[in-house]
Structures are given as C-alpha cells and as structure tokens.
Ligand binder design. Structure first.
Ligand code: SAH
Ligand code: SF4
Length: 373
C-alpha cells in the first residue's frame, strides 16, 4: 500500500455550506448536478455519520475527482475542542470554538432517570443553538453578553459528533437546552433535529430529542405543525404573569395565557405530554401560592414538571431556596397529583447551567492581552 500524499489544505471559499447541514436527498441532488450516481449520497452519509471521518479525502470508496469536487463545493467544519470540565462519572462540559472564532458549549450528562426523554442508562447531550441569546432572562448566563448569531444546522449536529469523539461515549438522548433560544433559530434547529433523527444520520429516536423554549408562542404552534415527534419543554419559571414578567422579558410579548394556549395546541396536536421546567429561585418564584397555581396549569395540560434548583451565576444576585423549601414546593405539586421531579443534580460545582463556561472563559480571555492569544 502506498502512503497517501500529504494533505493539502484548500483555501476555504466563504459561504460554502457545510456538508453536515444537508439532508440525504439534497446530497443526492447535488451529486446529480455533478453527473454522479445517486447511490454515492448514501456512501457519503455513511462516511459522515457511521465512520465519522473528518475530511472528504478519507472517503476512500469515492473516486478521487469526486472527493476533490466535494471539497471545493462544501466545507467540512469541525468544532475545535477548547476546554473540557468535569470527570467521567459527572456532568462534563465541552467548550468549542466555531470556524469564525465564536465560542459555544455542550454538556454531556451521565445517566439520569429524571431527565427529559431519558431512562436510567441513557447519556444525554445538551446542545447550544445560538451564540449568546437575545431573550435576556434575568437569571441566565447565556443572555448576559447579548446575542451574536444563530448556529447553522451543521454546527448543532457537529456538537454531538465532537462530544462523542472527545468522550468515547455513545449519546442517545438530546436536549436543546444549551446556549440560545432554539425556537428563535427555527429552521436550523428543525433541520438539525431531522439529521440527528434520520436513519442515514445520527439515528437518535425523536422521542429522545427535547426542545426547550422560554415561551415563543407562535413558534410553538409552528413546531406543533411540523411532522416531527420530538418533545417539548417549556421554561416556565413562574406560574403568574407577575412572576414571569419580573424574570423573563419574553413574557411581555407572549403572556402566560398565550403561552399556555400554544402548549395546549402542541400537546393535543402531537398527542404528547409536555414538560414544564421550573427553576427554583429563592424569594422570586418559590412561594407556596406559585406551587398551587403551577399544579393547576400542569393538570390542565397534562404536563410533567421538572423542578431545578437555581445554579448560581457569577455576577448575578439570585440564589436557590433551602433544601427544605425545595422539597415543600415539590410536595405541594404532588398533593395536587402533578407528576413532578426535583433535580438533585450533579455538576453544580462545574457551573452546570449552560452559558456559564463560555462566560467564564470569555472573562478570563478578556484579561489576557490580545497578543498573548
Ligand atoms: N432558551 C431556551 C433553552 C436554553 S436554556 C430556554 O430558555 O428554555 C435551558 C434551561 O436552563 C432553561 O430552562 C433555563 O431557564 C435554564 N437555566 C438558565 N440559567 C439557569 C441557572 N442559572 N440555573 C438553572 N437553570 C438555568
Ligand atoms: Fe435565553 Fe433561555 Fe437563557 Fe432565557 S433562559 S436568556 S431564553 S438561553
């Protein structure tokens, strides 16, 4: 066998689409314009999602001239792994640098029975969908630096591939709960879900994919109309407009009535149970009255409630209630017959709430002179 020649790096043409953002039939359609047979599309998908190569050059059963053409036509963006926090049996956070230098993070969560779509032996990835977030919830690290841009579908899909590669673990559950508001990046998120779910793609069952939203009511309805069986989680965090208005500016645009009506539409359209996420923040949303009202909303919609003790964010003044208060809130929900869990999460110590690792790294980098980078 002859050694393959040294890899020559091609100059990247700006604006080329990443191969990981294409559906199988789009790859086939592209190949048709290059006078190639359609079966080549499946070969390419196998290289991308089964064998996980990192360049077209490695697709050795494709003719050399096709490999060259593909490298001219598409980019092969790989995420650069900048930092990892955490150890094997706890939550691990991965900080990635995108092609344009922006930083995003993904979190790998070990088996946890209380997680969305998860049973006890599933490994979950929490993916980012945007660089920053425009929604500015008062308690959240992701919105603190404002919004930079949407991720494209390939940058979402590549988070799974990169985390599996770095960890050696097989991911079988996906939550869209990283940085960004998924439903504000609707087309790319739906595209990524299809690729993650496809038999020719990453082949993760739709019921093991959960999208979380802060409450974009019209987009919830739009998602309900998509032929997808992925799951929906709502970041409720308050059972009245008064509480939600105080901590989530999005509620001034789509109030609780509009949000719950959209949830109702989603649940009945999909015949699915949705999730309410409820971060417990001391003195803000942990009153007993809120628990009774939350139970009523959950009962009306048949929703399941996941209580999450607030994770402290450096520079923000919020804190979690005492353990006893968290348990009291949970017991009120259960008295009403609401299906509810309280996350006794690991990973609190490594800044588990999404957006925080990036923020810390950015802050650290900011004190380093640019020339030292
Ligand atoms: N933008 C979407 C998805 C990303 S946020 C949304 O808001 O749903 C994912 C979840 O993390 C949300 O429920 C969000 O409210 C929660 N979160 C944000 N900051 C947190 C913190 N400091 N502690 C605990 N949960 C937090
Ligand atoms: Fe954005 Fe979600 Fe954070 Fe709100 S909670 S700022 S919507 S990422």
């Amino acid at each position: 066998m002859t050694r393959s020649p040294a890899v020559t790096f091609r100059v990247q043409t700006p604006g080329r689409r990443s191969i990981n953002s294409l559906y199988l039939d789009e790859i086939a359609a592209h190949l048709a314009t290059r006078d190639q047979r359609p079966y080549r599309a499946k070969q390419i998908a196998d290289w991308l999602y089964e064998k996980r190569v990192t360049s077209f050059e490695e697709m050795t059963d494709l003719p050399q001239d096709l490999r060259n053409r593909l490298a001219d036509d598409f980019s092969f963006g790989n995420l650069e792994n900048v930092r990892v926090l955490g150890s094997e049996d706890t939550t691990r956070k991965f900080l990635f640098r995108l092609g344009d230098g922006n930083l995003i993070e993904s979190v790998l969560i070990p088996a946890s029975p209380s997680l969305y779509g998860s049973t006890s032996d599933r490994r979950t990835i929490c993916v980012s969908t945007q660089v920053g977030c425009a929604y500015g919830c008062k308690f959240c690290a992701s919105g603190l630096d404002g919004f930079s841009r949407n991720l494209d579908a390939s940058e979402i899909v590549q988070q799974l591939i990169a985390v599996e590669k770095a960890s050696g673990e097989r991911i079988d559950n996906v939550v869209f709960m990283g940085m960004g508001e998924p439903l504000a990046n609707f087309e790319n998120v739906v595209r990524a879900i299809r690729i993650i779910n496809a038999p020719w793609g990453l082949e993760i069952g739709a019921r093991h994919i959960t999208v979380s939203t802060s409450g974009l009511a019209p987009q919830i309805r739009k998602l309900a109309d998509e032929p997808l069986q992925s799951r929906l989680a709502i970041s409720l965090h308050g059972a009245t407009d008064e509480v939600r208005n105080r901590i989530m500016p999005v509620n001034r645009k789509y109030d609780l009535t509009a949000l719950l009506a959209a949830c109702d539409y989603y649940a009945s359209r999909k015949k699915q149970r949705i999730y309410f996420e409820y971060i417990l923040i001391a003195g803000v949303n942990d009153a007993e009255e809120q628990a009774h009202l939350l139970a009523a909303h959950a009962r009306r919609l048949g929703a399941k409630v996941n209580l999450i003790p607030y994770n402290i964010v450096e520079g923000l003044d919020w804190s979690r209630p005492s353990r006893a208060r968290q348990e009291l809130f949970l017991s009120i929900l259960r008295e009403h017959g609401t299906v509810a869990t309280l996350r006794r999460e690991k990973g609190h110590d490594i800044a588990a709430a999404c957006g925080q690792l990036r923020l810390q790294t950015k802050r650290n980098l900011e004190v380093v002179p640019a020339s030292a980078n």
